[in-house]
Structure formats: C-alpha cells, structure tokens
Design a protein around this ligand. Sequence first.
Ligand code: 5GP
Length: 263
Amino acid sequence: MNKGNKLYEGKAKIIYETKDKNLVIQHFKDDATAFNNLKKAKVEGKGVLNNRISEHILTNLSQCGVKTHLVKRLNMREQLIKKAEIFPIEFIVRNIATGSLTKRLGIPDGTQLENPLLEYCYKKDELSDPLISKEHIYTFGWASKKEIEIIDNMTRRINDLLTGMFRAIGIKLVDFKLEYGKAWNKDTEMREIVLADEISPDTCRLWDAKTEKKLDKDRFRKDLGNIIQAYQEVARRLGIMPEETNISEVNFGKTIPIKFKKK
Ligand code: 5GP
C-alpha cells in the first residue's frame, strides 16, 4: 500500500492518505509529549512498540466482536486503518483513582473504584482537553444520544476485555483513554462507529499487579526513567516484541529531551 500525502500530524502519530479514499496509513512516531505539549522528548523505539502493542490489543478486541479501525499492520511503524471521522471527545475509563481524578476531587491515589468510571473530555489541545458532561456533548452536537449510548456500551465491553487481558499477565489496568470515529463499512455500505486511534502504554495506565510499578507513560510524565524498558515489559508479557528485534542496535532506552518549559 503506497503512502500518499500527509493528511494530519499529531503529537505521536502521522496520518497519510492512500489510493483508497476509505483507507489511511497511521505512522507511529517516537515523540513523547505530556502536560499539553509542555514536556517533549524523543523516546527511541516507542513508536515501534506502540505499533505492535496497539495492533495486538485491537486485533484481540476485534476477535471479540469490537469494531475497530485497524485493517492490518504494514511494517514496524505503520498500520493500514479505515479513515474515520473522529468524534472530538476523549473517552476515559477509570478502574482505580489516580492522575487528574485524584487532583480534581481529592480522592486518595490508588482507590479501587467499585464500578468503572466513564468520563468525557473535549479533544481540544488549546483548552487542555477539558472535562465535559454528556449534556455538553449533546448541546454542541459533538455526538448524538444514540451514538453515545453505543460508544458507552463498547467502552464498558472494552474495559472488561482489557482488564482480563492484562490481569492474565500480572498487570492492573488502572485507567485509559479511547477515541472513536465513524468509518465506512464496505460490506454493509453504511458508516459505523469504530474504535480508533491506539491502545498502548501511551494511552493507558498499567501497574504491575504485585509491585504497582508503573509500566506506562507516567514514567515519562513523572521522570521515572526506563520508559522503553517498561513498554518492552508490557510487550514481552503480551507475548509480542518488535519483529527483527535489534534491541542493541536500536539503542532502546535513550531519551532525547527536546523541550521542557515550565509554566
Ligand atoms: P488523566 O485524566 O488522569 O490525566 O488520564 C486518564 C487516562 O487517560 C490515562 O491513562 C492517560 O494516559 C489517558 N489520557 C488522557 N488524556 C490523554 C491524552 O491526551 N493523550 C494520551 N495519550 N492519553 C491520555
């Protein structure tokens, strides 16, 4: 599948067009960002690992009947995906209180939530992705009631499946962010809601079940070090590692700071 023009460049990924108007290529970069782009670095090998981890997770979800944008992985850094019109909403699921929830509401860090908590954020970098309610979504037409009902059900099911998948490899799925979009289904000749973006240690909080060691992007956000080693550990436990792994050659573990501005 030949890569066409760049359609969009985000913080961690680039989208390229293809000859097929319904398909695009998603390229995983090594760039890491946090705190609304204030902290930036290149983490060598991260894109390769997230490409593999996300492919593995979305493929497993798809086998369980969850509709996703993934068509196939093309190479070390790229996936062929369905072109989707993305809802401007980040769908957050929390099983254990940490991160912005604890700061916002003063809930003790690490509190196990009785039921998964679903939150919605408006996807707008300039506003730092503010927390919104369903009423905001309906008022501003970001998604319909019917669409949110479908997405909430998909999100709960994904949480159940992922919680089990990670529990089996000794990892607690603390919280994560999902994105959805509407993509063309060539079999039904209709647009349908699909899980989009990626699911990886960039978008999830993953704690070792025994030690609660962080195996996710918080290692970057909190300057804990060994970012790539943590992502590799997740990939190893999932039973995947990058193809043609030349870990020594790729110089895994190197973090090159680009910019760190204090507010
Ligand atoms: P929090 O709201 O506590 O910062 O994040 C909750 C969860 O959603 C975490 O797993 C975090 O990684 C994920 N998340 C929230 N916003 C973003 C985002 O803009 N980018 C990424 N990669 N993950 C996010």
